[in-house]
Design a protein. Sequence first.
Length: 364
Amino acid sequence: MSFGKTIKDLRRKHDMTQEHLAEILSISPQAISRWETDIAMPDISLIAPLCNLFNITSDELLGIDLTRRQQTISRICDEADKYSSRGYLEKAREILEDGLRKYPDNCDIIYNLMYVSSWQKDVTGDRKYLEEAIKWGEKILEQSTVDHQRHSAIQVLCFSYRDVGRLDEAVKMAESMPYMAVSQEMLLSSIYSGDKGYASKQSNAVTLLQFLSNSLFSMQTKLDSGEMAYTPEEDAALRDKRIEFLHLFFENGDFGFYHTHLSDTHREQAFYYAKKDNYEKALHHLSLAAEHAIKFVTSVNEDCTSLVFRGMCRGSWSTSSSENEASRLLKKMENKTFDKIRNKEEFSNIKKRLLEYANNWKTE
């Protein structure tokens, strides 16, 4: 690749006009044009500023194949993802940090580090990972011109600012985003027709379903008055509604990722009924929680057959923990709330079933 084509590709990749690049370098737009047509080369004093601006080495600027560089960066991110997607977050971090030392300020690597830090915060509760997620998210907003990276950074920063008490910044960040009704997904589903239109509407339905499911699960919150929004009985009724509406959309039982939602919901119902000394219902819901936990672990790359989502591949699952749903449920079952049913045969059978699948992900 000629130097002129390299400069032109870099400029376009960073959404710069010739005038903008010239202004940054304090030269004329005509000089940029002469470089890009291979009529002239930049002065040696401009090589370092160009390398810093485009985050490349002088060798790459002057002739090394940029495609090879990006392929290497992609391999680093893919390798890290193999570990982070199954919860081995520290190993993923090591790979990404080593990559960042080789390619300083590369936004693809920083983007992945932002998510790994956010997940490590969720798993460990350690505030240092929260601060790191904020650092990487802010760096993405400073340097990246890629929309999906910037939008993801805003999402992570909203939650992270909230968690460190920077609520005004979280609100400001959230308010910078488009309304749901004018989002890319909503607009495209209205524009596309045929197969694309059908797939787009299915995708939107999945997103909205998850949004509603999460909302139903987390509506038991403290109001400004200091009172809870719902009584324990009303909270249990909300969980029943969550179970009902998921069954409404997945009438064939092909819940895919939503097996986790159902496992969590049945587990909370089991806690509720155990506290009420209704041990029959507690065991019933605990058994269903185990069933969905196991199905989540074992259901990989299955096509959905239920009416609304028919034909969608459920894919494989990522997690921010090396534990799977079966092992997490086993830990929850150690809670003293279940002490009065711990010696019952049905409780022991549920535990045995879960032990067969604990930390044993099906990957293909």
